[in-house]
Design a binder for this molecule. Structure first.
Ligand SMILES: N[C@@H](CCC(=O)N[C@@H](CS)C(=O)NCC(=O)O)C(=O)O
Length: 190
């Protein structure tokens, strides 16, 4: 398949999916032209036959590159990295194996752990409706775990997880550090 085949990314209609955000940022970081299409998942449009057949999983995001269609955000990110590699395109993973493994570790972990705080502080509470309830003890424990890991892997003044070439989703977002500081304050930390 030609790298020049057109790219389409399907995301949720309210731009709330952090997974869709990850693939969106990968395309933006690589400065690839792509068409964005919206799937109203709040109306269950992900189960419509055309989207279900395209995605296999009936979830967002899904990427089409020419005839090839792929869902699962980390698979999309890694596919883009391989088909549009550095130095012609910006790298989204570091080259060095240990650094690359560390980034993949964090990427896999963040997608599979911390469920209480992910449920109690969904993306909806960040972008649309603020959370009305304090975190439960399970939510607090998950938030503490998140901060503990971030403190271990991201020195206070660092802009990136590893080196300078491993910008991943929220690290690519200029507001992320400020929001992190605010979240720490909200959780009663410095
Ligand atoms: N592991 C998937 C998770 C994707 C996911 O959970 N997407 C949600 C939106 S955040 C979705 O499509 N939900 C609709 C549904 O599951 O029916 C990925 O990394 O892409």
């Amino acid at each position: 398949m030609a790298a020049s085949d057109s790219l389409v990314l399907w995301v949720d209609a309210f731009f709330l999916s952090p997974y869709a955000f990850s693939s969106f940022v990968a395309l933006k970081e690589k400065k690839l032209p792509f068409e964005l299409r919206l799937v109203p998942i709040h109306e269950k449009a992900q189960h419509a036959a055309d989207y279900r057949d395209r995605s296999l999983t009936s979830r967002v995001p899904t990427l089409a590159h020419g005839e090839f269609q792929l869902s699962e955000s980390s698979a999309i990110d890694e596919y883009l990295e391989e088909v549009f590699p550095a130095p012609s395109y910006a790298p989204i993973y570091p080259r060095e194996p240990k650094a690359r493994a560390r980034v993949r570790q964090v990427q896999a972990w963040i997608r599979s752990d911390l469920m209480p705080v992910r449920e109690e502080r969904s993306a909806n509470t960040m972008f649309y409706e603020r959370a009305g309830e304090p975190l439960s003890s399970e939510g607090k424990a998950a938030a503490e775990k998140l901060f503990r890991v971030v403190d271990r892997i991201l020195p206070r003044d660092a802009q990136h997880l590893v080196g300078g070439g491993a910008r991943r989703s929220s690290e690519s977002d200029p507001g992320s550090r400020e929001r992190r500081t605010r979240s720490r304050r909200a959780a009663g930390r410095r």
